[in-house]
Design a protein around this ligand. Structure first.
Ligand code: AKG
Length: 268
């Protein structure tokens, strides 16, 4: 790592995020991309009952699979990265204590896939009852992010509290009136680069308008020693997805399930 360790911590706490260029070598990153391609080629994502794969709308309004979550149990190379000593060391220096893994996913933003509205990840982690300052995410750029491929923009210095949504509550994407767009920063992420960001740092992304996938691995961590955290997170998350699938309340997987039934006379 070319940046000095003390700089990484200073920048993280001041801005709410820090960009570390070339933390991982290209061979490892290309190996991950190959494994992800192999997974997608297996067609497992076309099974609407496989709730590991999540979808997002494209510019044309159709649903496309954009996330594999969880990922570590099926791709061992990704597991090695999420639990790598280098990430562990950097995070334990930032937090001055060891960290535990909370979750890990891959986002494959294919050309034409829409982005994410401005949000703070902590909103969705309040049930953990951990302080927001103990939670962070690490983005590993598995491929180069081109200027128009829908990379993540961060709003620095806004990681002190949760910001209200347009519904005037702490219940969804952030009302843009709280965000000064002139301060937004879009790091130029080359393959192997990493960004670490605070759970309260507002961030957003645009659609991928380039010709290539923008593929990242996003792992989240908590500054506590609790090996059970990862299982706790996914036990709850899997129940949530099953319930959402069962009741069909606005869940995209249900739409995919319905779409898969179009060859049959049965309708939901
Ligand atoms: O990858 C993206 O475009 C945004 C992802 C994101 O904001 C998130 O997972 O919290």
């Amino acid at each position: 790592m070319k940046m000095k360790d003390e700089d990484v911590g200073d920048i993280y706490w001041r801005k709410g995020y820090v960009h570390i260029p070339r933390l991982f070598d290209l061979e490892t990153m290309n190996g991950c991309l190959g494994e992800i391609d192999g997974l997608m080629a297996s067609g497992a994502h076309r099974d609407p009952l496989n709730l590991r794969y999540e979808s997002r709308k494209s510019l044309d309004g159709v649903l496309v699979v954009d996330r594999i979550d969880p990922i570590l149990d099926i791709l061992p190379t990704m597991d090695l990265i999420a639990r790598s000593p280098i990430i562990g060391q950097i995070l334990s220096r930032i937090f001055s204590k060891p960290v535990s893994l909370l979750k890990s996913k891959v986002i494959i933003k294919a050309p034409g896939t829409l982005g994410y509205m401005a949000h703070q990840d902590f909103l969705y982690w309040r049930w953990l009852s951990l302080p927001p300052a103990s939670l962070c995410s690490v983005i590993v750029s598995l491929a180069d992010t081109l200027p128009n491929s829908g990379g993540i923009t961060y709003y620095p210095g806004l990681h002190a509290k949760l910001l209200e949504s347009v519904e005037h509550g702490l219940n969804g994407d952030i009302d843009k009136k709280y965000l000064d767009m002139t301060i937004a920063e879009l790091p130029n992420m080359a393959q192997g680069d990493v960004v670490i960001f605070h759970s309260l740092t507002p961030h957003e992304s645009k659609a991928n308008r380039s010709d290539s996938n923008r593929t990242v691995m996003i792992s989240s961590y908590a500054a506590i020693e609790d090996e059970s955290l990862y299982r706790q997170y996914y036990d709850r998350e899997i129940s949530r997805r099953l319930e959402s699938y069962r009741t069909g309340r606005g869940d995209e997987s249900l739409a995919r399930f319905k779409a898969s039934l179009k060859h049959f006379s049965a309708q939901l």
